[in-house]
Design a protein around this ligand. Structure first.
Ligand code: GDG
Length: 475
């Protein structure tokens, strides 16, 4: 059945689970993206195309919780080359300021092209005449152009969840021109921040040679493409409600109790990823204990590292490095029943996340580079009594909005130590003033608003015989 809205993302928004009777089933993935897109999909006869995980599994389209899902299968070689290789060992580090060294392999690129082509073909077959297709993220940057070639009648939007690098870095990519042209197949290209949108427009001007004006690109065929910032957010109300539920409140005090009721709890929650700055943050914290500014009788650092991309070598190395560091810190500085760092390599249900946010006095989010960082916003949303402090990297997209956090440069260990200590020592009045301001931001700009503003902007695009027409730019 043709659909008026097709969401195209690398992953389907469901995880495989075993049902009580032992048969396989699906569970909606936790996360704001689904919450935001679900109502848009319902209102538009929407369908979501993506990989369900697994290898070589040809699954029929199915419905889950009222959402129409179309699974796209992936071979073992595609998982290795397209997903772990080109997506996560080339583009991911390149787009995150070269925090790790990107690897360039021609066979990875060939697989990236082939998988993108398959996504584009499938999306083309699902979309009704004149439908809207919204493509997501760095794994699928060629889909907009491929799709436009197949279906010039479509309205195509693209959203990049991660940063878009400056020209000096992007230039390294052997396939830079193809990626830029791939993205230019969209009518609207959305980014987390204005810096990313500007990087893209500048690259298009320099590398592809198209005329640009502010956030518009003028293509030779008369089409225009808008590159604009749409900072993503969270289901703020959902987190607020969850964090004030009796079960979560009770769990939060049980967590404090289990940690020995320390005066202050520091918390980090991240996917175990080298962009997140976990290693440096733990070192900074340990030095504060060594220097005598913090005492393990008084404070503890809870670090949750959610397993991620474990087949990619750099992620395995990082895990070993952090295991060793935590072992050394606790061995050197811990006392019986009082570890300096309480380290958890695991993922948790949303309720447990909310309880952790509620239990923590100081949330520490120190990525070297991050498109947005939703954890920072979730912490703020859960602090309904306006207590708590947020230490936040300047290099997370969230820092553009959460200006009242204790902002840090994660490369500056001494600066980070000073900020951790300031947040630790801040009086209640000061942290409440900051938290109240941040709460206003997070409450007003939630994920529903994000989805709506992207869709509204995309709907403004008028399609005329396959050409996107916009009023001429002002000079
Ligand atoms: C990318 C960009 C951008 C984490 N562990 C568990 C869990 N989570 C949830 C968090 C949060 C989400 O996952 C993580 O989002 P982040 O924004 O922090 O980071 P990335 O995964 O790197 O996301 C990022 C984002 O896309 C959206 O555009 O902000 O910059 O890198 O929502 O709560 N949720 C549950 N259990 C866990 O163990 N239930």
């Amino acid at each position: 059945m043709p659909n008026n809205l097709v969401i195209v993302a690398n992953r389907l928004p469901v995880d495989r689970v075993e049902q009580p009777d032992g048969t396989p089933g699906w569970r909606l993935s936790p996360g704001g993206l689904v919450t935001a897109i679900e109502p848009v999909m319902r209102a538009n006869d929407g369908v979501w195309l993506g990989w369900p995980g697994g290898i070589d599994e040809e699954l029929e389209p199915f419905e889950h919780d009222g959402m129409n899902l179309v699974p796209m299968s992936m071979s073992a070689q595609e998982v290795e080359r397209f997903y772990e290789g080109m997506s996560n060992a080339t583009l991911w580090p390149l787009y995150h300021d070269l925090v790790a060294k990107p690897q360039f392999h021609r066979e990875w690129w060939d697989s990236y092209v082939a998988v993108n082509q398959r996504f584009a073909q499938k999306a083309a077959s699902l979309a009704a005449e004149g439908a809207t297709v919204w493509v997501h993220d760095y794994q699928l940057q060629l889909v907009p152009q491929m799709l436009r070639e197949l279906r010039p009648d479509l309205r195509i939007g693209f959203y990049l969840h991660i940063p878009f690098p400056p020209a000096e870095l992007f230039q390294q990519l052997p396939w830079r021109r193809q990626i830029l042209e791939g993205l230019l197949g969209a009518d609207l290209v959305g980014f987390q921040g204005t810096g990313a949108a500007q990087n893209f427009v500048r690259l298009v001007r320099q590398r592809v040679g198209h005329k640009t004006h502010r956030d518009l690109v003028y293509l030779p065929d008369g089409r225009t493409v808008r590159a604009h910032a749409f900072p993503i957010s969270i289901d703020s109300q959902g987190f607020e409600e969850l964090s004030t539920s009796p079960a979560v409140i009770e769990r939060a005090s049980a967590i404090r109790e289990a940690l020995g009721n320390p005066r202050k709890i520091f918390l980090g929650i991240d996917r175990l990823d080298y962009t997140k700055g976990i290693y440096a943050r733990l070192r900074a914290y340990a030095e504060l204990i060594q220097d005598g500014h913090l005492d393990v009788e008084d404070a503890v650092f809870v670090q949750v590292a959610v397993p991620s991309r474990e087949q990619v070598e750099q992620y395995r190395i990082l895990r070993d490095d952090i295991d060793r560091l935590v072992g050394r810190i606790n061995g050197d500085l811990g006392r019986i029943g009082r570890p300096a760092i309480s380290y958890l390599h695991s993922s948790y249900p949303r309720e447990e996340m909310a309880a952790l946010y509620r239990a923590a006095d100081i949330m520490v989010v120190t990525p070297y580079r991050d498109g947005m960082n939703l954890v920072a916003k979730e912490y703020v949303a859960c602090r309904t009594d306006a207590t708590g402090a947020l230490v936040l990297s300047e290099f997370a997209g969230a820092a553009d909005e959460l200006r009242q956090a204790w902002l840090v440069n994660p490369y500056d260990i001494n600066g980070m130590k000073a900020a951790l200590l300031d947040a630790y020592r801040a009086d209640a009045k000061e942290s409440t003033r900051r938290m109240k301001a941040m709460r206003r931001t997070v409450t007003q700009h939630d994920v529903a608003r994000w989805a709506q503003s992207f869709m509204t902007e995309l709907a403004d695009v008028r399609i005329d015989h396959g050409k996107t027409v916009r009023p001429p730019a002002e000079s």
